[in-house]
Design a protein around this ligand. Sequence first.
Ligand SMILES: [Zn+2]
Length: 452
Amino acid sequence: MRPALRRAMTAAGVATAVTAVLATAPGSAAAGPAPVPAVPALVEVEIPGPEHGTVAGSGHIEVPQRGKSRTAPRLSAAEKSKDGAVTRIVGDGSTADRVDIVVVGDGYTADQLADFHADAREKWAELTAVEPYTTYRELFNVWTVDAVSNQTGVSGDPDKGTVRDTALGSYFWCGDIERLLCVDEKKVDGYVAKAPEADLVLVLANSAKYGGAGYNQPSATLGYEGIATASANNEKSGQVAIHETGHSLGKLADEYFYPGYPGYERYTGAEPADSNISTLSAADIGRQRVKWHRWLGETSPDGGTIGAFEGGGYFVAGLNRPTDNSLMRSNGKPFNLPGVEAMIAGFYRHAKPVTALTPTDRTLRLRSTAKVAVPRLTGADGRQLRVRWHLDGKELKHLAGRTEVPVTKLTKRLLDLRSHTLTVTVDDRTRAVRDPKIAATLKSTVSWKVRL
Ligand SMILES: [Zn+2]
C-alpha cells in the first residue's frame, strides 16, 4: 500500500535517468513477429536526501528490480557452505510474537562474514537509539543471513564506473544518482526466504560511502513490509534506513517538500489518507477531531509544539505536517509524537506482548503450571505492560503481574471438576498512544482449559 502522494520527483536529472533505464531495454526488432519487449520490471524507491543537507529524502524514482551483478556467483565449495547461513543476533522470542528484522549483507567475501555480523549489530544499535525503538527493542528479533560475494565492496564505489561481482548486485549511482543504493530484489528475496520470518528487511552494503534506498512495497511472497538499503560503515546511511521504516512500519508520509520544483508549489487535492499530513489547519484538526488532534499543543521530541506546519507530502503549501522537523523530514532527528504512535501501531501489527510457554492445546491438571513470557520494555516509558489473569471471565486480581500460575493456586475454584478456562491478558498502556483504536491493538491473550 503506497501513501496517496507517492510520485516520482520531476527534477530533470531524475527524469533523464528513468528514460535511460527504459532505453537500454532490448526488443523492438524491425521485422518478423513482434517480440515481447524485455523491459526490466521497475520498482519505485525513495531517494535519500543529499549527504550534506538536512532533508531526509529527495523523492522517488522507478528503478529496475534487477541489480548489477554480471554473472552467476562462482563460489568455491567452502564458500558455498557458508552462503545462506542464518543467525539470530538479537532476541529470543517466537517469530509469531516478534517483529522480525532480516539483515542481509552485500559485498562481503566469505572471509568478511564476521565483519558483516559486527556491522549488523552496529546498525541495530543505531536503530535502537531512536524512540520508540529504544523502548520496544524487546519486541524484536534480528536475523542475519550470510550472502557470500565474490568481491569485496559494491558497484559504484568509489567511482561510477566501478563494477563488483556481489551476491545481491547492489550498486550506487542507481538511476544516475550517486547516493541511490539499489539492489537486485529477487536475489535479496532468495536470501530473506532462508530466515524463519521477515517483517522488515535491511540490506547492508560493505561500504562507507553515503547512500541508501527505501523499497516500501510489501512483499507479496515473503510478507515483509519493505526493504531499506544502507552503507554498513556510514552513520548517516543508518538514519536513512530508520526514515524508511517510518514508511514501511509506521505507514507515515514524508513530511518534506520540494521548494522550487514546478508542480509542487501548492497541493489542491482531497484530504490524504496518511495519518501525518493534512490539508487542515491546526484549528480545524482540533475542531474536527481528526488526524493528530490528540497531540496538538504537546511538546514533541523533535522540538517545538505540535500544530500544523505548512509544507509536507512533497508540497510547499496546501499540506501541513505536525511538527517542523521530525525524522520524516530531516535526517538524524527523532520521530514526532504522532510518528511515535504510528510506529508503535506498526510494531504491534507483528508483535504480541504475551507468549505461552505452557502449551495451550493440552488441558491443565492439578500439577500443571501456566507459564507465559512477557517482554520487558526498556527506555523512557518502560514497564507499562499490564498482566491480568481471569478464570471463566472473572478476574483473579491477586494474580495480577504474574507470569507463572500453578493450578494448585486455583483449586478452590475448580472443585466442581468441570472444565474451566484460564486466561492471561497483557496490554500495553503506554502514554505514547492516544488513539483508542490503536490502543485496542496493543494487547494479546493466551487461554488454557483447566480441569482437576
Ligand atoms: Zn521518505
